[in-house]
Design a binder for this molecule. Structure first.
Ligand code: AMP
Length: 257
């Protein structure tokens, strides 16, 4: 059995995960659950898009056999008090600006694994820190699931597909592709021989800050495995960014090399 956990508002990125799960297994479950515990108090839980009918169609077309769409009360009965913390890996990047976010993610993903009992669970590379944290949880807690990670699916102009892209105004949507362009530029510079991480990070931050209306939450180049800071590009690295554009916080990443 294959499993694709999602929060709904599905797009072609999710469809690619469902197709990959269907290639790896013979029966695919898609969960659709906007998980309250992974949203901070000032985040968009209440207005996160909920599009169940369209999600059902997209999932079926991509090869899903079953949709699991529980309610928050079903997932979190009164007096639910156990949580999963993957320490260290949850400190940098999104963990720094979204305290408790990965605790919510890990807790719900482990609960979903225990309900669905999949052999293979498929996640997207767009959420780079999440994939590393889930792999670590599976390893540390001996969870009998194979984690598979699929590449980020992008719009034609390079913008990483996201359920939150629908919040963007036309002006924001027009400049949003510059996030991935900045990541690619920094990757090219690294491949061309610039090994100094501080120089690369400040160039990346400057390019992102030049996007009209953008506020850079973080622009980091870290160890691809441990997510810890690097000074020189002497091992596989992850360039990861979060940019607030208008009302929307967008994340993206590339690996180096
Ligand atoms: P979400 O419902 O968007 O929070 O994410 C559900 C799953 O879809 C996660 O594993 C995400 O990493 C993955 N995902 C979201 N956007 C994309 C994308 N553009 N390409 C590939 N996977 C994605």
């Amino acid at each position: 059995m294959g499993f694709v956990p999602t929060m709904g508002a599905l797009h072609e990125g999710h469809a690619a995960l469902i197709r990959a799960a269907k290639e790896a297994t013979s029966f695919v479950v898609v969960s659709i659950f906007v998980n309250p515990t992974q949203f901070g108090p000032n985040e968009d839980f209440a207005k996160y898009p909920r599009t169940l009918d369209a999600d059902r169609d997209l999932s079926a077309k991509a090869g899903a056999d079953l949709i699991f769409a529980p309610t928050p009360a079903e997932m979190y009965p009164d007096f639910s008090v156990t949580v999963v913390d993957v320490t260290k890996l949850d400190e940098p990047l999104c963990g720094a600006s979204r305290p408790g976010h990965f605790r919510g993610v890990c807790t719900v993903v482990l609960k979903l694994f225990n309900i669905v009992l999949p052999d293979v669970a498929v996640f997207g590379a767009k959420d780079a820190q999440q994939t590393r944290i889930i792999r670590q949880m599976v390893r540390d807690l001996n969870v009998p699931v194979t984690v598979q990670v699929e590449p980020t699916v992008r719009e034609a102009d390079g913008l990483a597909m996201s359920s939150r892209n629908r919040y963007q105004s036309a002006a924001e949507r027009a400049v949003a592709p510059r996030i991935y362009e900045s990541l690619q530029a920094i990757r090219s510079r690294a491949l061309a021989g610039e090994w100094d991480v501080a120089r690369l990070e400040s160039a990346l931050a400057a390019q992102l800050a030049a996007i009209p209306g953008a506020r850079v939450d973080y622009a980091r180049i870290v160890d691809d495995v441990t997510l810890q800071p690097l000074t020189r590009l002497d091992r596989p690295a992850l360039a990861a960014v979060a940019v607030v554009l208008g009302a929307t916080r967008l994340i993206d990443n590339v690996t180096i090399p």
